[in-house]
Design a protein around this ligand. Sequence first.
Ligand code: NAP
Length: 495
Amino acid sequence: MICVPIIAPTPERIEREIHFATPLADLLELRMDYAPRADLKRLIETRRKPVIVTCRPEREGGQFRGEESERLALLQRAIDLGADYVDVEWDSVGALRRGGHTRMIVSRHDFRRVPENLESLHAELVAAGADIAKIACTATSILDNLRIFRLLKSTKHPTIALCMGEAGAISRVLGRKYGAFLTFGSAARGKESAPGQFSAAQLREMYRYKQIGRATDFYGVIANPVGHSMSPAIHNAAFAALNMDAVYLPLKVECDPAEFVRAFRELDARGYSVTLPHKEGILAGMDELSPLARRIGAVNTVVCRQGRLHGTNTDVPAAIGALEEAVAGGTKAAAVAERSPLADRRVLLLGAGGAARAVAHGLIEKGARVAITNRTPERAVALAREVGGEAVTMEAAAGIGAEIVINTTSVGMYPHVCATPLPREALRKGMVVFDAVYNPPETRLLREARETGCRTIGGIRWFVSQAALQFELWTGRPAPRHVMERVVRQRLEER
Ligand code: NAP
């Protein structure tokens, strides 16, 4: 069930929040500590969804600052008025008289950490008469979620257990797989009642929360930061389009990524995407590596099969596939011919960071002749030496007779959309120009290349293609690329 907390200070705003939240929610939590003078009787009598009445004192992280007797009287009144649920703190439950059909949620919070004695605290809540036991505690590491999942798995008693904070966000979705009684989702973004909460709309639409069950396959993206990642939106949309029982989560991994994947083995994830800054660090946690991942020392995809973690890289085939297709005139058939259309082509690679490294390795393997230029020349020299290319200065770059230009710098990326990494004069009709930047979808470099008569490849193509290849490795099914691309474009428009 998805519960939407109603947090508003005045009767009018409470009404408005209830109006918006009702279609999204299975039940509403009336946070009376934010509006203790609101008309509780009316709120309960006119409810269109079941309600939890909560009046959280400051000591448990709430807003109620009045007398304890006043607070308990309010909760007792909620029971007497027939509220569906009343949430009462572990140390106050003895003060309330049960009545009617009201079910008691007995809750305990820890805003500093996940307590060591989670199981015994849970047992105390049950012994205190909880119809539903609730434990909410702050995660200081993503690994803390494992303890919440173990608690949920170990009990048959109806339980709400979750980690607060960004590190604990996944417990709010994945808890359902392990039997959580409900999760909380905000009425809208920015209206969260606790840190790490998703909106109810995100839970319903993007994570398909209500379809999650014990058999749901779990995937995620390992990154830090992860909030900006579009991967959850596109992979979840792909799973939904194929009606697959799977969920994909953002995993903010601040610890060593190899330690993370080792610890998370017990959850039996099916696969991970890996992105900045963990593509190299994760290698140590793999049981096997593809030859490509081993050669370039970077993993962007983990496939989990029969308990073994296989690290591979889809960035390289995605970029090279797009380039081969463009050079071969847009035909896939030509691109899969024995000799790559990239063989012996003169390529100018702008940049020497992570993206450049992946592309450079792929190009050299296909027999292209690669010249690398970079703002920091030493990095260009180092990359050229590593892959077997040539480092050139920016001034020399225009004169090398490149047939293919690839930008892997962040120049031209939103909000600096007027910038370009290569002057228009360096572009020639018939060139293939590939820009790794995907925001905006058409950078200044790509626009000028198009206007000059070049064939262009945008960063969205690369991004979607590496994700689609991941999806195919994980599931063995063709990825719905059009759905994935549509989601990326929508997301970029919303930004
Ligand atoms: P990175 O490792 O941090 O490398 C950044 C590169 O950009 C370096 O070569 C850096 O030069 C250069 N650079 C940054 N600011 C610059 C400036 N103002 N002027 C000139 N050069 C500048 O990052 P990355 O992972 O390679 O990513 C680079 C870009 O590719 C980003 O825009 C990223 O979004 C994009 N990307 C797209 C995809 C996709 O799927 N479409 C995949 C990966 C990356 P220095 O060495 O001098 O710092």
